[in-house]
Design a protein around this ligand. Sequence first.
Ligand SMILES: [Zn+2]
Length: 126
Amino acid sequence: MQRFLCVSCGHTVSVLPGTRLTYRPLEVGRLQGFFDAQAGVSFGLDPPAGLVEAGCLQRAWKRLLTRVDSLKESFGQILPAELHTAQQLWKELRRGVGLAEEMLRFLARSCKRSLLGDYACLRPAP
Ligand SMILES: [Zn+2]
C-alpha cells in the first residue's frame, strides 16, 4: 500500500487500492458477489466463502442495512427516489453506478465516505 507524508504538516496519507475496503479484510469483487446474491441479482459466490470470509461478508451486509439513507443521500440523483431496502439500494447501485469499485471511487471522491462507513480517515486532516 502506498503511503505519503506531507512534509509541511507531518500528516500521512495511505492510498488504498481500488480492490480493497477501508478497515475490512475483504476483496471488493468478493463483497460485490456476496451483495449481489443478498440482493437477488446473482446466485452466490464462486468459489463459495470459507468460514472467516463468510463471517466478514455477513457483517458487511448487516452494516449495509444500516447505510441505506446515508448512501441514498450520497448518490442522490443516480438513484430513484423510492428506495427502502438495502436489497433495492444495492440493485439500483449496480444498475446506475456499476461495479462496487466504482461505487467506492465515487463515494471517496465526491463525499469522502465509504460504502460501509463514514470514516474520519477519509476526510482531509484538520
Ligand atoms: Zn499537510
